[in-house]
Design a protein around this ligand. Structure first.
Ligand code: NOJ
Length: 650
């Protein structure tokens, strides 16, 4: 885990390159090994095209800013100074360097000199002519190119290391490069990474009959969880990293999956999120701890409630109330314990109820698309009501552990229950929300968007739906919304709804928020089916979204995403691109799919008394074996059937 390797072989010359970043230095290590079938001379030209750190700046300012760039050698190390004065933090911008652990025969720092006029990076003139020009660059377009001339003996394996790093000063660069060139540096970095990932992944490992599922549970799903946790939705193959910062809602959900794997890291992020909560209980929508920009302060109906789930999960994982007494700041001044913070979350929702008794939608709930529902300040979210019910139950349990009565949480829960089963019920499923004008969206009475997935699954998750209604709702999901590539989010998709002049969404039918298979929302359907004890449906919903299964079913050309990482959504059947996966990597699907499979299908869930094991697996998945780290010990859990389980110290 944590490295990328390439291999090539041509005319008896084998080359392998592994790229990795270790934990000791801010350096990307390129570890290259070469083997030749005969004695020969080889030239290597490691090359980096240098940009302007923030890519939008390069597009907008290149013609001016290039005058402030410098790229030059310092002995055998190349240095790039990005001295641009109009960038946000010029004093904090490090120097970049490039070095090798073999002698450098020549170099280029000027991109034009390396590439050549009318040549390209496909065939740089320096490489074709076998000789770099020792160019330096003070004003222009920078690059790092090295020329390394080696002699290989037949059968000899030769290792070469190249280092692309950052440091604040030239002196620091020389020191870092010297440390990197030590004989065992790359090996230690590789071993350190291996150890780090093994420690992380060993928190939960399973043996399953379904090997695709096993690969996802043991490796790729927790890997994706970690990437999401690290980057929120800010930077990925798809996202520019220029505007999304750390999202409250998304990060709070990502934390849920980090808790069982690394409570320390989870706590740090939770502290950070709580620092974005106001004294009245609401939270900033997203914020920029790295960039230091002003946060986005829009108020959404769900953000502050996710924090309660984090706290509940952490308390159950640790078996301790200690985190509840941790003092953390409010964004608008003052401090409060975590228990006070989560109490404020509840108060905020209680004081922002609509006239029908559901929470006001505000700027939207989990579903971004619903931002038009409450423009006049009246629209309500039935789904947030269900999210509220879910966390009220958690608060009640926590209150009990804190020695408080929790009766106010119980009362609020019962009120919401009454609303959900009366106004929220449409006859065969639960409605989604109420507009400013009092129209119920997600109703059979409406011409489009009649049924929405989230209010069906959360009627079960929250326990708010009457038992027969929960079953009817999830049956409607199966009947109207399921496809062989996952469950759509809405059915039927919208077009000019509720009116052409002011549609709820401009998403095309079957795309994104409007009727795609929204993978994140599918995870809750899996959990709901497990809670209903319907293992066959739960497993079907889980398996059909395994990336390798979905890719094989849709066909690689149609699916167009990685077969090992969850995507945010897949174009739905109402689009002629049905099966096209979209925005893989950074999606709430990762965290919730991990919870769905580990805590509901495999059923291994921390609770106050210990580890509860209540699997919901179909017969063909039995037996299954899990090792799980819990409160400092490792347990081996054998699931022979859903009612026949063995837990022993591993
Ligand atoms: C993606 C956003 O990042 C997330 O916050 C939101 O809940 C989903 N889209 C659904 O709208």
């Amino acid at each position: 885990m944590g490295y990328t390797g390439f291999q090539a072989e041509r005319r008896g010359l084998e080359a392998n390159v592994t790229y990795l970043v270790g934990r000791e230095e801010n350096v990307l290590i390129w570890e290259m090994s070469l083997r030749s079938d005969r004695d020969r001379k080889v030239q290597i030209f490691p090359y980096v095209e240098l940009g302007m750190m923030e890519f939008l700046r390069e597009i907008q300012w290149q013609c001016y800013n290039k005058h402030q760039l410098a790229c030059y050698p310092m002995g055998e190390v190349l240095v790039y100074r990005y001295g641009v004065e109009n960038q946000p933090r010029p004093d904090e911008t490090p120097l970049v360097f490039f070095a090798a652990d073999v002698p450098v025969a020549a170099f280029d720092c000027d991109r034009d000199s390396f590439v050549g006029s009318y040549w390209s990076e496909e065939n740089p003139v320096g490489v074709e002519q076998g000789e770099l020009s020792d160019s330096v660059m003070y004003g222009g377009d920078p690059c790092f190119a090295l020329q390394l001339d080696l002699e290989l003996a037949a059968g000899e394996e030769r290792k070469v290391h190249i280092f692309l790093g950052t440091a604040m000063t030239e002196e620091e660069i020389l020191q870092t490069a010297a440390r990197c060139r030590k004989a065992d540096f790359a090996q230690r970095a590789r071993e350190g990474l291996q150890e780090q990932w093994e420690r992380y992944l060993s928190g939960f490992q399973c043996t399953l009959a379904d090997k695709d599922a096993q690969t996802m549970v043991n490796i790729w799903n927790p890997y994706q969880v970690e990437r999401n946790f690290q980057f929120s939705r800010n930077i990925s193959y798809y996202a520019t990293g220029t505007f999304r910062g750390v999202g409250m809602r998304d990060t709070a959900q990502d934390i849920l999956a980090m808790i069982p794997l690394d409570t320390g890291r989870a706590r740090e992020k939770m502290d950070l999120l709580f620092s974005q909560q106001y004294r009245d209980g609401h939270c900033n929508h997203y914020f920029f701890p790295t960039e230091g920009w002003e946060p986005v302060t829009r108020i959404h109906s769900d953000n502050h409630l996710w924090l309660i789930m984090d706290v509940y999960h952490l308390v159950m994982e640790e078996g301790s109330l200690e985190y509840l007494s941790r003092e953390l700041p409010y964004y608008d001044g003052g401090w409060g314990s975590v228990w006070e913070h989560v109490g404020k979350s509840i108060e905020f929702t209680l004081s922002h109820m609509g006239e029908n008794g559901f929470p006001l939608m505000l700027c939207s709930d989990w579903n971004d698309m619903l931002y038009k529902v409450c423009r006049k300040g009246k629209g309500e979210s039935i789904w947030t009501g269900m999210q509220f019910g879910t966390v009220l139950r958690m608060m009640k349990e926590l209150a009990g552990l804190m020695g408080e009565s929790g009766v106010k949480y119980e009362e609020a829960y019962q009120q919401m229950q009454e609303k959900v089963n009366s106004l929220g019920w449409d006859g065969a499923w639960f409605r989604r929300c109420i507009t400013d004008e009092g129209v119920f969206i997600g109703s059979d009475r409406e011409p489009q968007a009649k049924i929405w997935l989230n209010t069906q699954s959360w009627a079960v998750i929250s326990g708010l739906g009457d038992p027969d209604k929960q079953i009817a709702a999830m049956d409607s999901v199966r009947k109207y919304m399921d496809t062989e590539l996952g469950i759509r989010k809405i059915y039927p998709a919208m077009e000019d709804y509720p009116s052409k002049e002011d549609p709820l969404t401009y998403y095309n039918k079957g795309c994104g928020e409007n009727g795609s298979v929204f993978c994140h929302a599918n995870t809750w359907a899996i959990i709901a089916e497990c809670m209903l004890g319907r293992s066959d449906y739960a497993w079907k919903y889980y398996r059909q979204l395994l990336p390798m299964v979905a890719q094989a079913r849709a066909g690689q050309e149609r699916y167009r995403a990685e077969p090992y990482v969850y995507a945010s959504n897949i174009f739905g059947p109402e689009s002629d691109r049905f099966g096209l996966a979209n925005v893989s990597w950074l999606t709430g699907t990762a965290a919730w799919m991990y919870l769905a499979v580990t805590q509901y299908l495999l059923g291994i869930r921390p609770c106050w008394e210990g580890l509860s094991v209540k699997p919901c697996l179909p017969r063909e998945m039995l037996p299954a074996v899990v090792t799980r780290r819990f409160r400092g010990k490792v347990y081996r859990i054998t699931i022979r059937s859903n009612d026949d389980v063995d837990v022993e110290p591993a």
